[in-house]
Design a protein around this ligand. Structure first.
Ligand code: ADP
Ligand code: ZN
Ligand code: ZN
Length: 734
C-alpha cells in the first residue's frame, strides 16, 4: 500500500497554524497553491494547500478528506507561498489570514480563477487606411482615432486611464472605422515597439541614477529627490529596461497616489498591457486584474499595498513610489509592511527594488547611509521648474482672522491677482475640531472614545472621527442650558466657508475625505482647477500627494504646531515629510512657488532645521536622536495591544504577556519591556486600550521570543476574554 499523503491546508481562521486533511481519491491531487473546500467544524471553508506531507500529528483515521478541489493549476505559485509563509511567521499572523490578504476577494470565496473575455476597441482596415487629416471637424473622434493608432487596442481600463470616453469610439464604429473585438482574437500585428512615446532626454543626475540600476541582481536603491526632480521619469526608463529584457514590472504607490493621472502617464509611455489594482475597483475588476497579471497578460502592474502579493511571472523590477508613505503598512488584521516585503521578494527573485521619495522614511535612509541600499540622489528639479522659497510667519500675539494672519491673506490676494492659484493646507477635516460651552466649559465628547467630537456643518452634526459615532449638533449646552456654544479651532470646512466669504468671486475647492467619498468625486473636483484661472484649493494631506497643479504658486500651511508636540516618537518624522510634501505642490512649472508657514513656534529647532537645512539634514538629525534613544531603526520594536470593556481585563492580559516574555528572555538593555501603558487614546469604541512595547537589539531574538509567547498566549484562557493583537515594526503607535 502507498503511504498516506496528508495535505497541509491554510484556512481563514484566527489560529496560527495549518490544518491537515486527506486528499480525495477520485480526483487529481491538488498541488501546493491550489484552492480546495473543506469542512471545518460546522462551516465550509475555502483553503489553500500549502504542502504535501507524509504524516500528521493527528492520527490518520481522525483526518477528514477535503470536499472539493477548486483549482487544477495553482492559484499561488511557490514563490508566493513561501513569501506568505515567511510574512506570517515574521508578523506573527495566522497563515490563513496572510494568504487571505494575498487573494482578491472573489478567489477567496472560491470563484474560478478564470479570465473573463476581454473586449477592446481596434481599428478596422478602413480605419487604418484613413488619410491623416480626416475627422478634423470631429476632434473627439480624431482623438479616439489617434489613440487607436498609437495603442492598437484599447480596453475599458485603458480608456479611463487615457482620459477618453466610449461615445467617440461608438461614432467611429458607426462609420466602420473601429470595432470592438475580443482581445485574444486581435490579429497578431507585427511586433511593435514597447514604447508608445519617446522617453525624455534624461538630465545628468537622472542618467547617472538610471545607469546605476542593474537588472541582473538583487539590490535595493533609494532614489531620493525633491518633488518634481524627475523620479517618475527614472522609474519609467528603468521599467523600459526590464521590459526590453522580456520581464515584467510591479509598481507600488500610496493609497492616495494611485490617480488616473499617474496610470495615464504609464499608459501613454508604454505599448504593453498595464493592470492597476486598488480599492476603487469592484471585486470583479480587481479579481480580473489579478488573474491577468498571474497569466502574464499584463507586463506592468501598478497597485497599492496589497499588490505586493500579485503573482507576476518573470518579474524583473519592483518600484515603490513615495516609499515613506504610511499606507504601505497594513494597520489591522495581517499587519504587514508592503515595503519591507518588497525587499524580501526582490531578494528572493534576485531582482532590483527601486524606492523613491522626496522624504525617505528614516528606516530606508538609515539603510542607504549604511550602504545596504544604494543611494541615488536627484538634487535639482527636472524641466524648468525652480524650487519654491519658504517663509515663516510668526503668529504669536497676532490678530488672526479665522486662523489667517493678515499677511497671509494679503499673499493669497496677490497670488489670485496674478491669475495664479493658492493651496491652503489644514490637517483637519470638518468645520471645527471641538465644540465648547462658553458659560460652563462643557466640551462635546464622544461617548465611546476619549476624543472630542468634530463639528460638521454640511450636513450639520457632531462626528467622532475615531469610531464614526454621529449625533445632532446641540442647540444648547446639555450641562447648563446655555446657548453660547463655541466652535473651537479650524477644520477644512470652516476654512472653505471663510475663504468663500473673503474671496466671493474666486472658486474655492475643498479636497478632503468628506468631499471625495463618492466615486469620481476627486476627478470632478480636480477638473474645477482650471489652467490660467485663479482659484483656492483647501484641503488635508490628500492634497499633498500625487496631484500636479501647474498654476499653484502659493502653498499656505495654516498651523504646523500640532505636529511638534506629540507623544509618538515618529511624529517629527511625519511632520517633516508632510510639510515637505505639501510644499512640493508649489511652483511645479515655469512660475516660481512660495510656501508660507504660520507658526507660534518659529524658533523651534525642528522647524528651523527643516526649513534652513532641508529634509535630508533634518532626517539625519532625527536619526541621531533615535540612536541616542535606542529607537528604530537602531533597535527593533513590537507592540502588543489589548482592549476590553473592562480595563482590568486588558491590563491583566498584558501583565501576563510581560510575565511570559520575561520568563523567556529577562529584561535587559538589549530586550526592554515597556508597559502596560494606556494607549494614546485610552478609550476607543467603548473599549479601554493598553499597550506593551518590546524593544530589542536583535531582530532574530525578538522574532523567536514573539513566536513562543504568542503561542503561549493563544492557549491561555485570558486571551479569550480580551481582544489583543501584535504589531511587529509598528508604524503608528496609537
Ligand atoms: P517626480 O516624480 O520626482 O515628482 P517627475 O518625473 O514627475 O518628478 O518630473 C517632474 C516634471 O519634470 C514632469 O513634468 C516631467 O515630465 C518633467 N521631467 C522629468 N524629467 C525630465 C527631463 N529629463 N527633461 C525634461 N523634463 C523632465
Ligand atoms: Zn454649559
Ligand atoms: Zn468615538
Amino acid at each position: 500500500m502507498l503511504p498516506t499523503l496528508v495535505l497541509s491546508i491554510a484556512l481563514p481562521t484566527p489560529l496560527r497554524r495549518c490544518f491537515d486533511y486527506l486528499p480525495i481519491e477520485s480526483t487529481e491531487l491538488p498541488a501546493p497553491g491550489c484552492r480546495v473546500t473543506v469542512e471545518f467544524g460546522r462551516q465550509q471553508l475555502v483553503g489553500i494547500v500549502v504542502s504535501h506531507n507524509p504524516s500528521s500529528d493527528v492520527p490518520i483515521d481522525k483526518l477528514k478528506p477535503i470536499q472539493r478541489v477548486i483549482d487544477l493549476s495553482p492559484c499561488l505559485n511557490e514563490e508566493q507561498l513561501s513569501l506568505l509563509e515567511w510574512a506570517a511567521k515574521y508578523y506573527q499572523a495566522p497563515i490563513g489570514e496572510a494568504i487571505t490578504a494575498a487573494l482578491p476577494s472573489l478567489l477567496r470565496q472560491g470563484e474560478p480563477a478564470q479570465l473573463a473575455p476581454q473586449f477592446a476597441w481596434h481599428l478596422t482596415r478602413e480605419g487604418l487606411g484613413l488619410p491623416a487629416q480626416s475627422l478634423s471637424r470631429a476632434p473627439k473622434q480624431r482623438q479616439a482615432l489617434d489613440a487607436l493608432i498609437t495603442h492598437k487596442h484599447i480596453g475599458p481600463a485603458q480608456l479611463a486611464a487615457l482620459g477618453l470616453t466610449t461615445p467617440p469610439f461608438k461614432e467611429l464604429e458607426k462609420k466602420g472605422l473601429a470595432e470592438l473585438v475580443e482581445l485574444d482574437e486581435t490579429p497578431e500585428s507585427a511586433p511593435q515597439s514597447l514604447l508608445a512615446e519617446k522617453p525624455l532626454q534624461l538630465n545628468e543626475e537622472q542618467s547617472i541614477a538610471l545607469q546605476q540600476i542593474s537588472l541582473s541582481q538583487y539590490q535595493c536603491y533609494l532614489l531620493e529627490g525633491a518633488t518634481g526632480s524627475g523620479k517618475t521619469e527614472v522609474y519609467l526608463q528603468a521599467i523600459t529596461k526590464a521590459l526590453e529584457a522580456g520581464k515584467g514590472a510591479l509598481v507600488l504607490v500610496p493609497e492616495i497616489g494611485l490617480t488616473p493621472q499617474l496610470v495615464g502617464r504609464f499608459q501613454r509611455r508604454f505599448n504593453v498591457d498595464i493592470v492597476s489594482l486598488h480599492s476603487g475597483l469592484s471585486d470583479k475588476e480587481r479579481t480580473q486584474g489579478w488573474i491577468q497579471a498571474k497569466e502574464g497578460k499584463a507586463r506592468i502592474v501598478i497597485g497599492t499595498r496589497s499588490a505586493i502579493f500579485t503573482p507576476i511571472p518573470n518579474l524583473g523590477l519592483i518600484v515603490i513610489d513615495e516609499e515613506h508613505d504610511l499606507s504601505f503598512k497594513q494597520q489591522d488584521g495581517f499587519r504587514y509592511s508592503a515595503r519591507d516585503l518588497a525587499v524580501l521578494r526582490a531578494n528572493r527573485l534576485g531582482i532590483p527594488l527601486l524606492m523613491g521619495s522626496a522624504t525617505p522614511g528614516l528606516e530606508t535612509l538609515y539603510n542607504a547611509i549604511q550602504n545596504r541600499y544604494q543611494h541615488l540622489r536627484l538634487t535639482r528639479r527636472a524641466g524648468d521648474a525652480k524650487p519654491p522659497t519658504t517663509e515663516l510667519i510668526d503668529i504669536r500675539g497676532q490678530q488672526l482672522y479665522e486662523g489667517f494672519s493678515s499677511e497671509l491673506l494679503q499673499r493669497i490676494e496677490t497670488t489670485l491677482a496674478k491669475s495664479e492659484q493658492a493651496l491652503v493646507f489644514i490637517n483637519r477635516r470638518g468645520f471645527a475640531p471641538a465644540m465648547l460651552c462658553h458659560d460652563c466649559g462643557w466640551i462635546a465628547e464622544c461617548s465611546n472614545c476619549t476624543a472630542k467630537m468634530t463639528v460638521h456643518r454640511h450636513p450639520p452634526h457632531l462626528h467622532c472621527h475615531h469610531c464614526d459615532q454621529q449625533r445632532p449638533t446641540p442647540r444648547q449646552c446639555p450641562e447648563c442650558r446655555s446657548q453660547d456654544l463655541v466652535n473651537l479651532g479650524i477644520g477644512t470646512e470652516r476654512t472653505e466657508h471663510n475663504l468663500k466669504e473673503l474671496f466671493p468671486t474666486t472658486p474655492v475647492i475643498r479636497i478632503d475625505r468628506d468631499t471625495t467619498r463618492r466615486k469620481n468625486a476627486m476627478e470632478n473636483l480636480l477638473a474645477e482647477v482650471k489652467p490660467g484661472t485663479p482659484c483656492i484649493l483647501v484641503g488635508t494631506q490628500m492634497l499633498a500627494k500625487g496631484h500636479h497643479f501647474p498654476d499653484v504658486t502659493l502653498v499656505a500651511i495654516l498651523d504646523i504646531d500640532s505636529g511638534l508636540f506629540s507623544a509618538d516618537f515618529r511624529a517629527p518624522e511625519r511632520m517633516g515629510q508632510l510639510l515637505i510634501q505639501v510644499a512640493g505642490r508649489a511652483g511645479r512649472e515655469q512660475k516660481p512657488g512660495n510656501v508660507v508657514i504660520q507658526s507660534h513656534h518659529c524658533d523651534h529647532p525642528s522647524i528651523q532645521s527643516l526649513i534652513k537645512e532641508g529634509y535630508h539634514r533634518y532626517a539625519r538629525r532625527l536619526l541621531r536622536e533615535r540612536q541616542l534613544a535606542g529607537l528604530p531603526p537602531y533597535q527593533y520594536m513590537a507592540l502588543f495591544r489589548a482592549e476590553s470593556k473592562r480595563p482590568a481585563n486588558a491590563l491583566e492580559f498584558l501583565h501576563l504577556t510581560k510575565k511570559l516574555l520575561r520568563q523567556s528572555v529577562a529584561a535587559s538593555p538589549t530586550m526592554q519591556y515597556i508597559g502596560p501603558l494606556p494607549a494614546f487614546m485610552e478609550r476607543k469604541q467603548d473599549r479601554y486600550c493598553f499597550q506593551l512595547q518590546v524593544i530589542a537589539a536583535d531582530r532574530q531574538q525578538l522574532q523567536h521570543l514573539l513566536t513562543s509567547v504568542c503561542l503561549a498566549l493563544d492557549s491561555h484562557a485570558l486571551s479569550r476574554r480580551t481582544r489583543w493583537s501584535i504589531d511587529v515594526d509598528p508604524q503608528d503607535m496609537s
